[in-house]
Each structure stands twice: as C-alpha cells, then as structure tokens.
Design a protein around this ligand. Structure first.
Ligand code: A2P
Length: 350
C-alpha cells in the first residue's frame, strides 16, 4: 500500500495557507491526516479539504505530535517560535518565511533548480522568497548553458506578498477611490490602489531593502554560486496575486534570444508566452492561478553584446509560495527523506 503522511498547515487561514490546502488536494499529496493551525483568533473556524469540513485549531505545544510534515506560512516570528518544537516532535518543517533561509544547515530549495538539497535537511527546509523563486525558475536553465555574469532585476510585486488582508485592502481602497473617498492604508504602509511604491521591507545601510537583498543572497545560495552578481529594485504594484519581473542578464559571451527561447520552451516550470505581432506577452492576469512562470519579451540587450533581456510573470501565492512548498514535500516523499507515517491517528480523517 502506498505510504501516506500526517501533514499540518501552520497559517492555514492565510493567503498561502488556503492555497496549500487546494494544492495538496489537486496534486493528490498522500495525506493520512491533515491538521489546520492558525492563531487563536481563528480557532473554531472551519475550512474545506476534499469535500470535508476541517476545524482550524490554535497552534499549541502539542499541535505537532504525530505530524510528519509541517507546511508553515504564518510569518517569520511564528516560524521561529515553533520550529524547535516541530523538529523535536520529529516532523520536517517546510518554512515559507525568511526566518531560516540563510542558515547554513537549512536547505533553500527551488525544485526545478536544486532538488538534491532536500537530502541534506536536518528538520527544516526553507521555501525561498517569492520573487527569487520565480526568477530562479526562469533564469537557471540559461545559467546552465552559459553562466550568468551579472543579473539586474526590477520587480512589480502584487499585494498578495503582504498577505490576504493586504489583498482585501487594495480592493477596499479601489472601491473607496472610485466612490470619491480617501484610500486608507492599514496593512500596507501607503495607499496601493492607483499607486505603487518601492518595497517597504526594512532598509539596509547600503540603500537596498531586505526584499532586494533576499533576491541577491537567496539566488546565490540556491544556485550554489556565491559570486553571482545581482542587483534588484523591488516595487509593490496594485495587482492582486501575480508578480512581474524585468530581468537583464549579462553573460561572458553572446546568448542568442532564439537559443534562450529554445531552452526556456523546454524548461520545467516555464511557459514561453510571446506573440510579437500581437504585442502579447506575460501579464499578471494570465499568470494568476497558473503553476508555470510565464516568460517572454526575450531580446538582445542593445546596450551590451553579451546581454539578454526578458520579462516574466508568476503567481506569487502559487509557484512563489504554496506550490514550491508542496513540490518540496513531494521531493521529501520521492527521495524517501521522511519517516513513514504511522497508521492514521485519532481524530478526523481525510
Ligand atoms: P489568523 O488568520 O488566525 O491570523 P497571511 O499571510 O495571508 O496574512 O496569513 C497569515 C497566516 O498566519 C494566517 O493563517 C494567520 O492566522 C497565521 N498567523 C499569524 N500569526 C500567527 C500566530 N501568532 N500563530 C499562529 N498563526 C498565526
């Protein structure tokens, strides 16, 4: 009989948490038992999984007993607060927060790039930052053919990156402005409807914000190349749930756009979207709900003989977070890096 696993979602009521539920069902992840955890605010709520109504529980000391995999998406402080209990309980934590990403003993995985890293885990595996995941999936296949010398990125990031309440806030602000009322920011720092602003993560002394430095440091770790030169400018835009990125790549030799197209048309997790006659290229509305990162506008950089430009859009909640985490869980199972589940535990069954 195929093995199945006891899974907990920490942050089940959030934007990524609810997507995790959907993906576990859609991808038929072998689940023996599913536990939904959130803050005490959500205790008593219910969510639906494969037609079953499941209760949401407040996370607690005993919540991880008899659990094999914890998919955590409840923010860095919650991950830090519960990580040692999760690992002590014998579960593997796949953490969507930035809390452990740069720790030397924590693998940081994009399954299309460095799946082998899953075998090295010591209880925690980090899911990279959303912009980093989307960019890595698109540029790693090119990097394998001619190593990237320098990468310059500009991002156009959706509200979903700031969570479900930020998405609601953009809708409310849009309705308010259309009704002639002021747009009041509560979750986001500034009005986002009909506006955009440079990413508001904490600023570093070198003038880069944390989001930008995540793209630099996480990509280097995932690619296993500490010398990769990367610079990024991250911007929040009034889009609900798909990020866009303009990427300039510099190689040590010319990289023909046609070769890049050939490579990317066969790359896992990538869909080439280019209709030059119709001027139709990846857009956030087309990337929404899609697993693939949409890539297009591949062209020679007219300012540099070894430069290539490309444009991508990817669903921030899906491949940028929940899908990547579920793919990591699938790798754990495929590579036999989890202990087998015991027979289904007491409580509700799914
Ligand atoms: P809750 O809904 O009870 O606040 P998002 O990223 O969309 O904002 O979602 C964040 C998720 O993390 C939600 O499920 C939220 O639960 C959960 N969460 C936030 N703070 C905590 C906490 N201290 N303990 C457990 N879960 C938390």
């Amino acid at each position: 009989m195929p093995q199945s696993y006891r899974v907990a979602i920490l942050g089940a009521t959030g934007a990524v948490g609810t997507e995790l539920l959907e993906l576990l069902a859609q991808r038929r992840f072998p689940i023996a038992h599913l536990k939904l955890l959130a803050s005490p605010r959500s205790a008593g709520q219910t969510l639906t999984f494969q037609g079953e109504t499941l209760p949401v529980e407040a996370v607690s000391d005993r919540a991880f007993d008899d659990i094999d995999i914890v998919l955590a998406s409840a923010g860095g402080s919650t991950s830090k607060a519960w990580a040692s209990k999760i690992v002590a309980a014998g579960a593997v934590m796949i953490d969507n927060s930035s809390a452990f990403r740069m720790d030397a003993d924590v693998p940081l995985i994009v399954p299309e790039v460095n799946p082998e890293a899953v075998t090295t885990h010591q209880g925690i595996i980090a899911n990279p930052n959303c912009t980093t995941i989307l960019m890595s999936v698109a540029v790693y296949p090119l990097h394998q053919v001619h190593p990237i010398q320098r990468l310059i990125a500009a991002t156009y990031q959706s509200a979903s990156g700031a969570g479900a309440r930020a998405m609601e806030e953009v809708k409310e602000q849009t309705r308010a402005i259309l009704a002639g009322k002021p747009a009041i920011p509560e979750i986001l720092p500034y009005p986002l409807a009909f506006n955009l602003f440079p990413h508001n993560s904490p600023m570093n002394s070198n003038g880069y914000c944390e989001e930008e430095l995540k793209m630099v440091n996480e990509t280097r770790k995932i690619f296993g190349d500490d010398r990769l030169r990367i610079s990024a400018t991250c911007v929040r835009v009034p889009v609900l749930r798909a990020h866009s990125e303009a990427i300039n790549l510099e190689f040590s030799q010319p990289f023909s756009p046609d070769l890049a197209r050939d490579i990317l048309s066969q790359a896992p997790g990538v869909k080439l979207v280019e209709d030059w006659q119709a001027n139709y290229f990846p857009m956030p509305i087309d990337a929404t709900g899609q697993d693939d990162v949409l890539v297009g506008r591949i062209r020679q950089d007219i300012s540099h003989p070894c430069g290539l430009e490309l444009w991508l859009c990817g669903d921030q909640i899906r491949k940028g977070a929940a899908l990547n985490a579920v793919q990591i869980a699938e790798l754990l199972v495929a590579k036999n890096c989890l202990k087998p589940a015991a027979p289904a535990v007491a409580g509700y069954q799914v």
